[in-house]
Design a protein around this ligand. Structure first.
Ligand SMILES: Cc1cc2nc3c(=O)[nH]c(=O)nc-3n(C[C@H](O)[C@H](O)[C@H](O)COP(=O)(O)OP(=O)(O)OC[C@H]3O[C@@H](n4cnc5c(N)ncnc54)[C@H](O)[C@@H]3O)c2cc1C
Length: 382
């Protein structure tokens, strides 16, 4: 598709950030015949994740996420491992087996390497004529553009190791506040490599203790064996903005605060918001209207889900896992849990107040702190 508007055709649209949000926006614009220049601070895509495994969730839509990406005109040419069967442990180390005929998520790799999500999106963007400037930190955006610079604050952190391993492919989760306060510890293994992390929503300052306990627990429960472990961690920024414009420019992905407040599965929201921002520039539609229609109900529901999940604590995780994981068709159950219902709408104001008061970790005042955020391992400081 090309545009008849010669001014548009000649003026490149700038994008700050070559993450999934920025690249999805770039691809959508390039499909429509627009010139696009993406600026990326680092020398490569996915720099802050380098080799991390993440789950592309497959429960917020009836349609499979890979089909959704295709229908958005985005590549699925990255390596995936469907996440069907896995194991979740409660604080007493009771095991709950997850069995799902359909993938609950697709395990993918992040970073600049071959077969990663980031490399596939970059390749698609460049093949459509998008210019990507690496080592280029955009400080000022004069004309049309999209802001896709990633998280601006730390509402949750995930810390642990990447490693090589002889373990079988699989995924394992532990819900235990002694390992991952208000969150979950996870172990993901795909094709001889793995990631083990404590994903915590508070207690950032004691990060090292939680990581140590997480590693010990997986060693004991499933025989975690790491070769060449490399420390890795990062932060997530969860916020529902009133408007996702910064001046005239749409903000997408985590720069806007778009995240899954329940469990931190932010990639799909990043990608989808990038596509919507591009469509708003192409069609002259208001970006706030587009993301509020497509993404807001799901994000508001995730806030209610988080507030409810945070009530469980160690006493409630076992009950929750026993009741939820035993049900048939877990994917559909999760899909329903991310839909707004009258009850969840009613709980919205309570959940927003409760979550607001928790999401700034009071144990991290950024003074004399060495948590992942304060160490500056994140891409930008807010
Ligand atoms: C440890 C960890 C595990 C995670 N696991 C999952 C998971 O399993 N599933 C899931 O769905 N999500 C997961 N997430 C969240 C997911 O990674 C993010 O939601 C997603 O990457 C957000 O995409 P983005 O494009 O908004 O930002 P990013 O991926 O952060 O990309 C932003 C890019 O902008 C660049 N940049 C910053 N400032 C500038 C500037 N001024 N000029 C130019 N470039 C700039 C950065 O270098 C970066 O490359 C995880 C996050 C972490 C930290």
């Amino acid at each position: 598709m090309t545009t008849n508007n010669t001014t548009h055709a000649e003026t490149p649209i700038e994008i700050a950030g070559a993450g999934p949000a920025g690249l999805a926006a770039a691809i959508t614009l390039a499909h429509a015949g627009r010139q696009v220049v993406v600026h990326e601070t680092h020398k490569e895509v996915g720099h802050r994740f380098g080799g991390d495994f993440q789950g592309l969730e497959n429960w917020t839509t009836e349609e499979d996420v890979l089909k959704v990406l295709e229908s958005l005109g985005l590549t699925t040419g990255f390596i995936t491992m469907p996440g069907r069967n896995g194991t979740v442990f409660d604080p007493a180390r009771n095991a709950y087996e997850i069995k799902s005929d359909e993938p609950l998520f697709y395990l993918i790799e992040r970073g600049p390497g071959p077969g990663t999500l980031d490399s596939a999106l970059l390749q698609q963007a460049q093949s459509l004529g998008v210019t990507v400037h690496f080592n280029s930190r955009l400080r000022h955006m004069a004309g049309e553009g999209i802001l896709a610079a990633g998280p601006r604050a730390a509402d949750a952190i995930a810390v642990g190791y990447h490693f090589e391993t002889d373990m079988e492919n699989g995924y394992w989760v532990i819900c235990d506040d002694e390992l991952a306060p208000q969150g979950y510890a996870y172990l993901l293994v795909m094709n001889g490599k793995g990631t083990v992390k404590s994903c915590m929503f508070s207690g950032f300052k004691q990060e090292k203790i939680y990581v140590k306990r997480t590693v010990a627990a997986f060693e004991q429960l499933v025989g975690l064996s790491m070769k060449n472990p490399q420390p890795h961690g990062g932060s997530g920024n969860f916020r529902i903005p009133k408007s996702a414009y910064s001046g005239p420019h749409p903000q997408v992905g985590e720069q806007a605060g778009f995240q899954d407040t329940l469990w931190g599965f932010g990639m799909r929201l990043a990608i989808h918001s990038g596509v919507l921002a591009a469509q708003s520039l192409l069609n002259g539609e208001n970006y706030d209207t587009l993301w509020q229609r497509a993404l807001l109900p799901q994000m508001q529901t995730a806030v209610v889900n988080r507030a409810l999940f945070s009530l469980l604590g160690n006493r409630g995780y076992g009950w929750f896992l026993r009741h939820q994981l035993a049900k048939p068709n877990l994917r559909q159950l999760l899909c329903r849990q991310y839909q707004m219902t009258p009850l969840k709408r009613l709980l919205g104001p309570w959940a927003t107040r409760r979550y607001e008061s928790r999401r700034k970790d009071i144990t991290c005042d950024h003074i004399d702190c060495h948590c992942i955020w304060c160490r500056g391992e994140c891409c930008v400081h807010g």
